[in-house]
Design a protein around this ligand. Structure first.
Ligand SMILES: [Mn+2]
Length: 306
């Protein structure tokens, strides 16, 4: 494992694991990406971008005081190694009831969490895609099959920002498992189009972002008390300036994502979050958004727990 040569938000020092409130692991792995590569560079870039952020928030006047332990960044050579190494660290953190942050990497890095996240947790998947394929390109651990793996483990799931690449296999799965009410779309067609449409079994009219109660409904759908925020950065709209493995237009605005995560943080017990598919860009935009999300979630939880 690479030594933590620098740390998320805190340039000086790395709080010890026993004393930390939150623990962070970077997984520099994009070996399972099927389209754009580069997410392996994200953990280092996000950490670097976090140093540009003022941890004293001018909007609240409060300084982030959460003690964050950095495990460092692992650089696994293959999927098997990635899953094993991630799992060891995730288990250590979550068994000690530390808030855990996984900085990917492609979305397949979440495979390393499946045996570590406590039972009875709902994965809230912020993602343009359902990722419900049984396998993709012959790989069960593919980023495009991650929600299927989460399902196999028996976790509840809710999707937000869905809008692309929903294939027949996934539609069938949604209908058979009766989970259409758990999927919240960010539609790529104009509102008028959907008015004329007969809605298929796998799509709920009231779960479209056009509906003003979108965020509330998504939140109300979560049955579990515990939540894992499973963020694939491609949930965001491209106008937000993100660079990602499978860029997809008509996504969530940064405000919609922010507000919904804020609400979930207020109402649920957040076990941790994963941030995947961020590809650092030369202007620093993707990594700045990612660092801001890390900061926001940690500071909301800190203010809630005070
Ligand atoms: Mn995705």
């Amino acid at each position: 494992m690479a030594k933590p040569n620098n740390t998320l938000f805190f340039v000086q020092g790395n709080p010890g694991f026993d004393d930390c409130d939150a623990a962070v692991l970077g997984v520099a792995f994009d070996g399972n990406a099927s389209y754009g590569r580069g997410a392996a560079e994200a953990p280092q870039a996000i950490i670097k971008a976090s140093h540009q952020m003022d941890i004293e928030n001018p909007m609240t006047g409060k300084t982030l005081e959460t003690a964050i332990h950095n495990f460092g960044i692992i650089e696994p050579k293959n999927a098997k190694e990635m899953i094993e190494e991630t799992e060891i660290v995730a288990k250590k953190a979550l068994e000690a009831r530390k808030f855990f942050v996984l900085l990917g990497g492609d979305h397949s890095t979440v495979n390393g969490l499946l045996n570590a996240v406590p039972e009875g947790t709902c994965f809230v998947n912020f993602d343009a895609h359902l990722d419900l394929r049984e396998e993709w390109q012959g790989k069960k651990e593919s980023h495009a099959a991650i929600a299927h793996r989460i399902f196999d483990k028996g976790f509840e799931q809710v999707w937000v920002g869905t809008r692309d690449l929903i294939n027949e296999e996934e539609m069938k799965f949604v209908s058979e498992q009766n989970i259409a009410n758990k999927i919240f779309y960010s539609p790529s067609m104009p509102k008028a189009f959907y008015k004329t449409q007969e809605f298929p079994k796998w799509m709920k009219k009231e779960n479209m972002l056009f509906d003003k109660h979108y965020a509330k409904k998504a939140l109300d759908t979560i049955e579990s008390e515990k939540v894992w925020l499973n963020i694939d950065i491609d949930c965001l709209d491209l106008r937000e300036g993100i660079e990602t493995g499978v860029p997809t237009p008509f996504g969530l605005s940064l405000e919609t994502l922010r507000d919904l995560i804020y609400e979930i943080c207020q109402k649920k017990e957040i076990v941790g979050f994963s941030l995947a598919e961020v590809i650092p860009d030369k202007f620093g935009k993707s990594q700045a958004i990612a660092a801001m999300l890390c900061y926001s979630i940690l500071s909301w939880l800190e203010s809630k727990n005070k």
